[in-house]
Design a binder for this molecule. Structure first.
Ligand SMILES: [Zn+2]
Length: 427
């Protein structure tokens, strides 16, 4: 018998996203019907048919039991691309874009620099309070892991402050937070015309002092951001220092960013809207995950969505994310991103769900711990108020989350946050 301190009962559809991992898991998402699941110390120890649970599992006297009464359960969403630490907002830019202003014009007249200014001015505790509320919201919408980027400081002290916020959030909140250092988000005004100098400063002076506080280093390679050569210089240095690497690339136009990132075996390349055939081929040959962010395309008022079908058909790994940020995608709702992925990226329900779970985990190089429901992985899962996973994208722009379990503990019940007290850190 297996000891357990948490059990999930009466699941109509347990979507494991691990086909082949269990004899009763069927279809490309590995769905177990009328299922149960058990966990101990935050990790899954058993899953299978509800009728069999007591043949295998012995619950401790103080075990928590969550009876879903016939709901659909998915792994907690893994949103690989978020910017949860910022102050200020870009409401004005949103409305101006809707009336025809371009992102490029806004960048020249202020744009992201409005939130950079507000973030620089805010105290670390103020930023932590904002980030903490946003972390609660991620959980309430069914997301249990985020890739969390800085990038609203753009000077050493402010970037360091934002990293400290992410590190404190990681320790204090049950949401799993993977800190990513994005000092090379855009070029700050005081370095205008000196992008090489700014990249050298980050690579030679700031990065060595990040010192274990970030898992990833990121750079934006694009029209109006950094060149592929500058991105390569920074990411090679980051890799030497032991960081995982990732890049924002090809969001605004064609260029060499995607190929540079795949050549360096980056964990992911994000946005990937404007892709040549060579870019698609490079992604399909590499381990680099294409993280597609259709909410950003919508919010920019553009009709140029990433060519997801070309990527999938070429065999590339496609993940999806919110890109939650104040300027170009103010949503934390991965359920809505599933809908966008079906309608605008033309993914199937199964491809979209895999993109929002297992492939998101792969983009964060965490697919050995999160992203699917398998023995030994974290017990991170979401109970939806539907009995069929195909209903989640279909009933669009709503919150269908009933309950969320993170690390084997119920953190959201009936849509309400239960507890945001500290859990054991992610190892
Ligand atoms: Zn971003």
């Amino acid at each position: 018998m297996l000891d357990a301190d948490f059990a999930l009962f009466n699941v109509d559809q347990l979507v494991t996203v691990a086909p082949g991992s269990h004899p009763e898991a069927s279809g490309e998402l590995g769905v177990i019907q009328r299922a149960a699941l058990a966990a101990k110390d935050g990790k899954i120890v058993w899953l299978g048919a509800m009728d069999d649970v007591y043949d295998h599992v012995q619950l401790s006297p103080d075990a928590t039991v969550l009876n879903t009464h016939g709901r659909c359960v998915l792994p907690g969403f893994v949103d690989p691309h978020t910017h949860p630490v910022f102050a200020g907002d870009r409401t004005g830019d949103f409305y101006a874009r809707a009336l025809g202003a371009s992102y490029d014009q806004q960048l020249k007249s202020g744009g992201i620099m409005h939130t950079v200014g507000a973030t620089r001015a805010a105290s670390e505790d103020t930023l932590l309070n904002c980030a903490f509320e946003r972390a609660d919201t991620f959980l309430q919408y069914g997301t249990t892991t985020i890739g969390a980027k800085t990038g609203y400081g753009l000077e050493e002290g402010a970037e360091s402050k934002c990293l400290s916020v992410l590190n404190r959030l990681q320790r204090l909140h049950p949401l799993k937070v993977i800190p990513t250092y994005l000092a090379a988000h855009v070029l700050p005004a005081d370095f205008a015309g000196d992008a090489d100098e700014y990249i050298d400063l980050i690579a030679d002076a700031w990065l060595p002092r990040v010192d274990g506080r970030a898992a990833f280093v990121d750079v934006w390679v694009d029209d109006g951001a950094f060149t592929a050569a500058q991105g390569r210089r920074l990411l090679e240095r980051a890799r030497e220092l032991g960081f995982e690497i990732t890049a924002h690339a090809n969001e605004m136009g064609y260029g060499d960013g995607v190929r540079m990132a795949t050549e360096l075996n980056a964990a992911s390349v994000d946005h990937a809207v404007y892709l040549s055939d060579q870019d698609v081929a490079a992604l399909s040959r590499s381990r680099t995950v294409a993280v597609l962010l259709p909410g950003t395309t919508l919010f920019l008022g553009s009709d140029e969505y990433a060519p997801a079908r070309r990527l999938v058909e070429a065999g590339a790994t496609v993940a999806i994310g919110t890109d939650f940020n104040p300027g170009t995608s103010h949503t934390q709702n991965m359920q809505f991103i599933l809908t966008m992925s079906v309608l605008k990226l033309h993914l199937t329900a199964e491809e979209a769900i895999r993109g929002a779970t297992l492939h998101g985990a792969r983009a964060l190089r965490m697919d050995d711990r999160v992203g699917s429901l398998e023995i030994g992985k974290y017990c991170d899962l979401t109970v939806f108020s539907v009995d069929d996973y195909r209903s989640i994208a279909y009933q669009y722009a709503m919150n269908l989350v009933e309950s969320v379990v993170a690390g084997g503990r119920i953190v959201v019940r009936d849509g309400q946050i239960l507890s945001t007290t500290a859990l054991a850190p992610v190892s």
